[in-house]
Design a protein around this ligand. Structure first.
Ligand SMILES: [Fe+2]
Length: 169
């Protein structure tokens, strides 16, 4: 939230809301893990989102492009298949928690989309041609189907962007 100075007040209140929701997601998952006899850190996890946050810490446009609207957006795609797996394993509470997370993550991606386009307009950049350049420059992970098109539309991706994704980026 404080990384980049000189943005409008709405930018900071948006990311403050995201931080508060992320803290809730952590609490929900941590409590659920405890109910199953485990704790945060007991299992391996990837740090892809954090690694990208580090890599983009000097470039707000790349940060918006690659953290919320790439890695958080990948979470939108990953959630329904993960919920199906948990459902099959009989973990109804985890499915419920992921419903909350998915709903709020749509908002995070929407905020990322909003500020990415805002910055592109401010700086006279073409949002559509810049995005693939940033993906390459910062070695962002390749996004693979199935895509959660309904969630992505709700988060503000355009038909053009979704078509681009579906043809393999
Ligand atoms: Fe998020």
């Amino acid at each position: 939230m404080w990384r980049f100075a000189g943005m409008p007040a709405d930018y900071y209140s948006d990311w403050l809301r995201v931080a508060s929701e992320e803290a809730l997601h952590f609490t929900l998952l941590s409590e659920h893990l405890h109910s199953l006899g485990h704790a945060y850190g007991d299992f391996d996890a990837h740090d892809g989102l954090w690694a990208m946050a580090e890599r983009t810490k000097h470039d707000i446009v790349a940060r918006m492009a690659l953290v919320p609207r790439t890695l958080e957006a990948r979470g939108l795609d990953a959630t329904p298949p993960l919920q199906a797996k948990l459902q099959r394993a009989g973990d109804a509470r985890a499915v419920e928690i992921l419903d909350v997370i998915l709903r709020e993550e749509i908002g995070h991606v929407a905020i990322g989309n909003h500020w990415y386009h805002w910055l592109c307009r401010r700086d006279g950049l073409d949002a559509a041609t810049l995005y693939p350049q940033l993906v390459q420059q910062y070695a962002a992970p390749r996004l693979r189907p199935p895509f959660n098109l309904a969630a992505r539309k709700a988060a503000g991706f355009t038909e053009g962007e979704l078509a681009w994704l579906e043809t393999g980026g």
